[in-house]
Design a protein around this ligand. Structure first.
Ligand code: NAD
Length: 361
């Protein structure tokens, strides 16, 4: 006779964590030490960030009596893959990383995503700390617990939700960020303002001069506001089943552009183009006033970001690629579209052909 045994696993989980904005390395290390998360610390970084900040962080950890090591990977999206993850895991196990180990991701979104994924799977999960060093990572990728590596078939196809124990953000670190990387991060900042905060949008327009000079107070203000907005979204929808999709504004067409151009365009540039294209669709549907398109274009140009799909692009091929978007089902693509500057609507369903026609109007 067959039998059924129910395994009772209903649970209440508290994955809350703090984001410390404006905390320098020295204070961050003291704080990490006070958290007592483990007895061995492994800093994962990329080679560029290692030279600039990795050794400095390692030294501070030694000075605070922490047992720390540093592992570095080559910089760039092309290394956010399973081979690099395996290499990191081999290094960690060779260095006897046990369950008492803590992983610290020091770098941009690439390092944050891969080191978080390593932390999620090493010994079925060890504590993870984010120290984001690019603007994109400080305003977006270090918060919310999405960790992943890419696959030849697409970005972030293998990953997990794994929350950090703490995030330490020091905007002063952005002074060494190359201009183009700064502009890429600004594309995400503009996205937050466009979908959720018209006051932030106005601020970005009014203060573009000093923001582009990386004025510390302005950066602090922008980073704090974006972190607040991301917190608002992920607290309500951790696993992207609803509201979190609002963050995909510009990304449906943006990802298709990245795919079509075989990642020879930066993510920030692709989503800048994607935001304008999707707002044209929104205007054609009558969801937003047409002048929103001009407002967005003006803002993106202020921050040295492109605003139009390159003229040689095969548009039908581009819109076909939007079907590969995670949110598309049965030939229908679910867009996040602007309703006004500061407000967006999630889940606007359009076929590839409808979207293309609307875009051209
Ligand atoms: P990145 O990590 O490649 O960093 C960009 C470049 O800047 C790298 O060459 C890096 O070495 C360099 N760099 C970083 N900090 C620096 C500093 N302070 N000074 C000098 N150089 C510095 O790219 P990114 O734009 O930070 O992140 C992009 C990644 O983030 C993508 O893989 C994307 O999928 C991911 N992402 C994840 C989420 C999420 O929620 N997990 C959200 C958005 C993006």
């Amino acid at each position: 006779m067959s039998s059924i045994l129910k395994v009772h696993l209903r649970k209440t989980v508290d994955d809350s964590y703090n984001i410390y904005i404006g905390m320098n390395f020295s204070n961050a290390v003291k704080h990490i030490s006070s958290l007592k998360l483990g007895s061995k610390y492994f800093i994962i970084t990329d080679r560029t960030v290692k030279k600039l900040y990795g050794n400095q962080l390692l030294k501070l950890m030694y000075e605070n009596g922490l047992n720390a090591s540093l592992l570095s990977i080559p910089a760039g999206e092309s290394y956010k893959n399973r081979q690099t993850k395996e290499w990191l895991e081999n290094q960690l196990l060779n260095k006897k990383a046990g369950r008492d180990s803590v992983i610290i991701g020091l770098g941009g979104g690439v390092v944050g995503d891969i080191s978080g994924f390593v932390a999620a799977t090493l010994h079925r999960g060890v504590p993870f700390i984010q120290i984001p060093t690019s603007l994109l990572a400080q305003v977006d990728s270090s918060i919310g617990g999405k960790v992943a590596v890419d696959h030849p078939k697409g970005k972030n196809l293998i990953g997990a939700f794994y929350q950090p124990r703490a995030v330490y953000i020091d905007p002063a670190i952005l002074n060494t960020l190359p201009d183009q990387e700064f502009y890429n991060g600004m594309a995400e900042v503009i996205k937050y303002a466009a979908i959720m905060d018209k006051n932030l949008f106005a601020y970005l327009e009014k203060k573009s001069n000093i923001i582009l000079q990386r004025d510390s107070q302005s950066l602090l203000k922008i980073i704090k506001r974006c972190c607040e907005l991301k917190r608002y979204v992920v607290e309500r929808d951790e696993k992207e089943t609803g509201l979190r999709r609002i963050l995909n504004f510009g990304h449906t067409i943006g990802h298709a552009i990245e795919l079509l151009m075989k990642y020879k365009i930066s993510h920030g540039q692709a989503i800048a183009i994607g935001m304008v294209a999707e707002t044209k669709i929104s205007a054609s549907l009558g969801l937003v006033e047409p002048d929103a398109v001009q407002c967005l274009e003006y803002m993106l140009r202020l921050y040295h970001l492109p605003t139009f799909i390159p003229s040689a692009t095969n548009l039908p091929a581009l819109f076909r690629l939007t079907l590969q978007d995670k949110k598309s089902k049965a030939g229908v693509v679910h867009y996040t579209l602007l309703e006004e500057i500061g407000k967006a609507k999630v889940g606007v369903a359009l076929t590839e052909k409808e979207a293309l026609t609307r875009y051209k109007q």
